[in-house]
Structures are given as C-alpha cells and as structure tokens.
Design a protein around this ligand. Structure first.
Ligand SMILES: Nc1ncnc2c1ncn2[C@@H]1O[C@H](COP(=O)(O)OP(=O)(O)O)[C@@H](O)[C@H]1O
Ligand SMILES: O=c1ccn([C@@H]2O[C@H](COP(=O)(O)OP(=O)(O)O)[C@@H](O)[C@H]2O)c(=O)[nH]1
Length: 238
C-alpha cells in the first residue's frame, strides 16, 4: 500500500550527494538517487525536489568563525544549492527523468528563475522541478524552503530523506535507546523539540496542515520505498 499522497516535495540534504571519500559530489551517488526518483515517478508520484547545500557551505557555521557576515555566508550557501541542483538535474535527465532547475535567486544565464505558475505547469506535465537557491533570503534553511515551496505548489506532503529512518524521542545518533514514532502531530514535534527539522519549517507545515514524512536515504531505492511504504518512516501530520 503506497502513501495516500500524489505530489511530493522531496527534501534532500546536500550531504546526500557526497562521495564516500568525502568529496562534495559523486557521480554514482547521483545516478542511484536519479534511479530512485525515476522509480517514484514511474509509480505515479509527481516530484518536486529541494536540495540543500550543506555538503559545500552552511552559512551559520561559516559566519560563526567571525571573518564573514551571516548574509554573505548565506548567499554562498544559496549558491551551493544551485550547484547541487544543476548536478541533480543533469543526472535525472541522463536517467530518463525530465527535470528542470528553477532558482529563487535569479541567474538567467544558468537556469530558469523560480516562479510558481510555470513550476505548477511543469509538475502537471510530469516533469521533476529542482528548486534551487533556497527561499532566496538569508537566515533561512532549505528545510524551510522545502515546506514553503510545498505549500505554494500544492504538494500533498514533504518527504525529508535524511540520515535516520524517522523521528525519534531524542536524537538517535546520541541516544541509542531513543524510540521511533510511526506518527505524530506537528504540535508534538515542536513541543518535544524533536530536532529532525528546524522549528520554523515545522511551524510553517503546521499552519498549512502539510504532512511531513521523515525517512532514511540510506536504504537502496529509499525515496520510492518510503513512498510505497516498503521502508520505515515517520509521518508528522495533524
Ligand atoms: N528527535 C530526532 N529524531 C530523529 N533525528 C533527530 C532527532 N533529533 C535530532 N536528529 C538528527 O537530525 C538529523 C537530521 O537533520 P539534519 O542534520 O538537518 O538533516 P539534513 O542534513 O538531512 O538536513 C538526523 O541525522 C539526526 O541525527
Ligand atoms: O532559504 C535559504 C536556504 C539556504 N540558505 C543557505 O544555504 C545553506 C545550505 O542550506 P542547508 O543548510 O539548508 O543545507 P542542507 O543542510 O540541507 O544540506 C544554509 O546553511 C544557508 O546558509 C539560505 O541562506 N536561505
């Protein structure tokens, strides 16, 4: 039995593209991800993608060193998401999935600028849209961008594909005895400070009554498997 959702915004961490040796980008990883997304689209899911930039730059961490201010470091972070998006778009197209990058930061010689109506049109045609540049504003994250775009593009849910296979009672990397939830509400996730997504993103999802699915990117074919309920996940929903 598949998830009862059709249009999904998949949020990938920038680290998802990293090579086993730590290099920021890996062609084999990109191919595997693209084949995974191809399986999800073949199963009938409409996919919008937001990819982070944390494999290259995280603005908050960079500016904490003191030599650069936060808005400039965040601008570099947003540019990092564009590089990741172009890599993913290329790999998707090479693996038979028609994909196009749209950036919140206008750079018309490199890719299309994000606008809601054309993005909706591409999704309706069955194309994958890769939403680059975050929200286009400093002090935000790509988790928040994912929820914002999902609400704008009438997505039925956000799938955060990450390092862990769901939301736990505490960070499972630090607490071996943490329990995984199958389901919980946005209010519970915020009140219990379950840090798998930032609070701004959870709060925006709560206001829009948008379900958030959290699952692991490590299983083979993980995105399709989570959506087809063959792999574990947590659903955060009203
Ligand atoms: N309550 C929790 N349940 C699950 N994961 C948690 C929790 N608290 C913290 N985490 C951590 O959150 C991480 C995912 O968040 P984040 O680092 O923002 O992911 P990403 O890099 O994919 O955006 C997981 O790897 C996990 O270690
Ligand atoms: O709307 C946004 C989204 C992202 N960023 C910057 O881009 C970086 C990379 O995004 P993120 O940390 O969310 O990537 P991920 O952890 O998902 O790889 C962030 O640290 C910010 O510096 C930003 O300024 N505004």
């Amino acid at each position: 039995m598949t998830m009862p959702y059709r249009r999904i915004l998949v949020k990938l961490s920038g680290e998802a593209l990293q090579a086993p040796d730590g290099f920021w980008l890996d062609a084999q990883v990109l191919t595997r991800l693209s084949q995974d997304i191809a399986r999800a689209t073949a199963a009938g899911f409409e996919i919008a993608l937001v990819i982070g930039g944390g494999n290259i730059i995280r603005g908050a961490r960079m500016s904490a060193a003191g030599w650069i201010d936060r808005p400039t470091a965040d601008s570099m972070g947003m540019l990092a998401t564009v590089m990741n998006s172009l890599a993913l778009e290329t790999a998707l197209n090479a693996n038979g999935v028609s994909a196009r990058t749209m950036s919140a930061v206008s750079m018309p010689t490199i890719c299309e600028t994000y606008a809601r109506q054309p993005a909706l049109h591409y999704l309706e045609k069955g194309q994958v849209v890769v939403l680059a540049g975050g929200t286009g504003n400093p002090f935000f994250t790509t988790d928040t961008s994912a929820v914002l775009r999902a609400a704008e593009l009438r997505c039925d849910a956000v799938l955060k594909a990450t390092q862990v296979d769901g939301v736990y009672s505490a960070d499972p990397k630090a607490h071996a005895d943490a329990k995984r939830y199958d389901r919980l509400t946005h209010d519970e996730a915020i009140a219990r400070d379950l840090k798998v997504m930032d609070t701004a993103a959870f709060a925006l999802a709560r206001d829009g009554k948008l379900p958030i699915i959290v699952g692991s990117l490590h299983a083979p074919s993980s995105i399709a498997a989570i959506l087809e309920r063959e792999a574990p996940s947590t659903v955060v929903a009203p």
